[in-house]
Design a protein around this ligand. Structure first.
Ligand code: HEM
Length: 239
């Protein structure tokens, strides 16, 4: 997501101030809903949802920009990159908190937890009687594998969300890498759906996750359709 260096230097403190304020408001807005969970678990869930929502935003800014004045493009691209970085950070913090939660006292209700390995490895493996490891292929285990693939992808996007990384990789490779963003979003959708349906169930429901994903898909399909129609019309009347 490029364009950051084109934002005037004098505007940057206000820009980052606004982004920080928006992130704070998002967290504050969610807090009441998650108050009844222990603090660390509440933060882990809030950060998961923040990551999910922010990735959703990065996926609609690109399509929406074609409907907005061209002079906004620089700002929208910079916004997309910064929101992507914030979403990546939220997802990383979510995973760190989950690992801490599972390393310490088991604080989450986890279906079948009596058969799981102690510690964070239990998110991914069953304990076998001979002391070995067996991949946890329950729905929750699959949700964790999806989360793990998503976080690896998001880390790659996070690490390459700078002009320097784009120059280093070359525009084509960089673009191909960042085109995986929608696939990562879908993985996170399924990850969240499994958790919300099988384990948590509140304060959000599967409907909230599906609404967000459907809105992203619809906006992207609408933008794609608009582009195709515009191109077809241009080809028919080139002047
Ligand atoms: C190794 C990777 C991951 C693991 C092991 C993991 C694990 C978990 C766990 C244990 C929960 C349940 C409650 C809690 O948050 O404490 C959860 C929920 C959630 N995770 Fe992840 N996660 C991973 C990656 C991600 C990523 C990359 C995202 C996207 C930003 C994400 C988004 C969510 C969301 C939205 C929920 C809330 C669903 C609900 O209400 O229960 N997770 N995850």
């Amino acid at each position: 997501m490029t364009g950051q260096e084109k934002i005037p230097r004098w505007l940057r403190p206000a820009w980052y101030g606004l982004l920080a304020a928006a992130a704070w408001m998002l967290a504050e807005g969610m807090r009441d809903d998650f108050n009844f969970f222990p603090a660390m678990e509440a933060w882990s869930m809030m950060l998961g949802y923040m990551g999910f929502c922010l990735i959703a935003c990065t996926l609609v800014i690109g399509p929406v920009k074609q409907w907005l004045p061209a002079r906004w493009t620089v700002y929208l691209l910079a916004l997309r990159r910064d929101i992507g970085i914030m979403g990546g950070l939220a997802a990383i913090l979510h995973v760190i908190l989950v690992v801490i939660l599972f390393e310490g006292e088991p604080q989450l209700f986890f279906a079948g937890s009596q058969e799981m390995m102690a510690g964070w490895l239990g998110l991914f493996f069953w304990d076998t009687p001979d002391g070995g490891l067996e991949p946890n292929m329950s729905m929750v285990g699959i949700a964790n594998y999806m989360g793990a693939i998503a976080i690896l992808g998001l880390l790659a996007l996070f690490a390459t969300s700078s002009d320097r990384a784009e120059r280093f990789l070359g525009g084509g490779t960089w673009k191909r890498l960042h085109m995986y963003n929608p696939a990562l979003f879908l993985l996170v959708t399924f990850h969240g759906l499994i958790y919300v349906q099988l384990i948590k169930g509140e304060p959000h429901t599967y409907r909230d996750i599906l609404w967000m994903t459907a809105a992203v898909l619809l906006i992207r399909i609408a933008a794609y359709t608009t582009t195709v129609i515009k191109r077809t019309l241009q080809q028919r009347s080139p002047d």
